[in-house]
Design a binder for this molecule. Structure first.
Ligand code: PNS
Length: 164
């Protein structure tokens, strides 16, 4: 049984994330999409909302499970007996960041294995941060995420605005 982990902050889950998750799911028996915490980023959505968004986007893929976890990625890796972590690569700058993370994870857990999947060319310049930025200023995010996520992003930003 080959289990891969696709970790990320998924704040929100984008078309790029869907593409990577679906392609990765074909390379393993089970893909665990792990909604995690990146201490360098402030999440717009709660933990539960990020899990809900991932589930909405991947509901049609039977061998994908969505979980949330606040721990080191290597601890989850060890616990699940995973064979690899999957990360999407958009650009050279992504690679630098990923190489650094990979080095740290391998130092902590030498059996750690990462697989990089190149992002779909037409989605290579979108990101969760860009989705939030564009939506904040009322721009069109319909080609960056599915309609349900689009709705959730607009609703969340309205709530945030009301709080400010
Ligand atoms: O979508 P992101 O924000 O690029 O995902 C980054 C994430 C969540 C995979 C990374 O921050 C992570 O692995 N967090 C868990 C804590 C951890 O293991 N940090 C050490 C990595 S060097």
């Amino acid at each position: 049984m080959k289990t891969f982990i696709f970790p990320g902050s998924f704040d929100p889950f984008s078309l790029g994330h869907i593409d990577i998750a679906k392609r990765a799911s074909r390379l393993c028996d089970k893909l665990v999409v792990a909604v995690m915490f990146n201490r360098a980023k402030n999440s717009l959505f709660t933990d539960e909302e990020r899990v809900e968004m991932a589930k909405i986007c991947l509901q049609d893929v039977p061998n994908i499970e969505v979980i949330s976890r606040e721990s080191l990625l290597v601890d989850l890796y060890r616990e699940l007996g995973a064979s690899a972590v999957v990360r999407g690569l958009r650009s050279e700058s992504d690679f630098r960041y990923e190489a650094e993370m990979n080095a740290a994870n391998t130092l902590m857990f030498p059996d750690y294995q990462v697989i990089f999947l190149p992002c779909r060319a037409d989605l290579a310049f979108t990101s969760s941060s860009i989705i939030k930025e564009v939506a904040y200023y009322g721009g069109d995010i319909s080609r960056m995420c599915v309609p349900q996520i689009e709705e959730m992003v607009h609703k969340k930003l309205l709530e945030k605005r009301a709080e400010e």
